[in-house]
Design a protein around this ligand. Structure first.
Ligand code: NAD
Length: 286
């Protein structure tokens, strides 16, 4: 039984593609339309039947849609919202999947008419792959999708939550600032550390490329996988979640300096206490 008759996906990459596959798996939408800025992406999406109808403009994809999901990089949200605003159906729900919430709300809300429900969302699921061929139906299974409904209509919020649960996710509600701080700790800063670590290995010319791969233990391999993530998406994440990532990065740097000093001065007690504390944290999580 469909939850929405017509769903429009703007952006046809990893997240939108996975949503389309998962919607079809569960029969959540009567019709799925889609649009991406690049003609090549639209052609690929049409060729592989990623959505039911690929449109030539974002506005055309959104006309008559009951749910519109903005699945473009965070920096593109404002322009897309401005383009679709004039054609939005009365009572439609507009949502997004952006990795940052406060900046997306500030970018999108001013463009939207009061006749639609704007309910921002963020599925905590992804891979290092991008583009229309990278999506798969299982991406959201047993992952969290955080909704940031503010004071949106409760019936519309509950419908969107049921939709995300139908896609396989567990849902949770949060305010935007809290979301951005939590994600700065759990995702954004770790990505920056991975980018840095891979950059450092690349700078170390005494270690050849083949050695980096040949001898890489799981830790470094995971860093290289994370550091292969889409550059546009991650540029936008750091530009738009500036305050929270700088806050966490500041704390990270302080701790790193303390560990650096402990290594230099041979302060084994500091290192041991620190690693004991972090191990206890991990054991408390799982
Ligand atoms: P992607 O690169 O796979 O897809 C992005 C799509 O947006 C592409 O089809 C591209 O053509 C299109 N696009 C870019 N600018 C556009 C514009 N101005 N108008 C129309 N289409 C445009 O990226 P993705 O991983 O699917 O990410 C999409 C969104 O989901 C981002 O906001 C990202 O922050 C968020 N997100 C990503 C992940 C992840 O791990 N990849 C996880 C959760 C949320």
């Amino acid at each position: 039984m469909p939850i929405y008759d017509r769903v429009a996906l703007i952006g046809l990459g990893l997240i939108a593609g996975s949503m389309s596959h998962a919607m079809r798996r569960a029969g959540l939408a009567g019709e799925i339309t889609g649009y991406a800025r690049s003609a090549e992406t639209r052609a690929t999406a049409a060729e592989i039947g990623l959505v039911d109808r690929v449109c030539d403009s974002a506005a055309a994809a959104c006309e008559g849609a009951d749910l519109i999901v903005l699945a473009v990089p965070v920096g593109a949200m404002s322009d897309v919202a401005a383009e679709i605003a004039p054609v939005l159906k009365l009572g439609a729900t507009v949502s997004d999947v952006g990795s940052v919430k406060k900046a997306v709300i500030e970018a999108v809300s001013p463009h939207l008419p009061e006749t639609v429900h704007f309910i921002p969302a963020h599925p905590l699921a992804g891979t290092e792959h991008s583009g229309p061929r990278s999506g798969f139906a299982e991406l959201f299974d047993n992952r969290w999708c955080i909704l940031v409904p503010g004071d949106a209509d409760r019936a519309a919020v509950e419908r969107l939550e049921a939709f995300w649960q139908g896609l396989g996710a567990n849902t949770e509600e949060m305010d935007a600032e809290h979301h951005d701080l939590v994600l700065a700790v759990t995702s954004h800063t770790p990505h920056l550390i991975a980018y840095t670590m891979v950059g450092v290995a690349d700078d170390l010319r005494r270690v050849t490329d083949s050695e980096v791969i040949k001898y890489s233990a799981a830790g470094f391999r995971d860093f290289t996988r994370i550091a292969a993530s889409d550059p546009t998406m991650w540029r936008d994440v750091f530009l738009t979640n500036k305050d929270a990532t700088l806050e966490i990065l500041g704390r990270f740097t302080e701790e790193l300096f303390a560990l650096q000093r402990a290594i230099r001065t041979g302060d084994g007690a500091h290192l041991h206490d620190y690693f004991t504390r972090t191990r206890a944290i991990r054991r408390g999580i799982i």
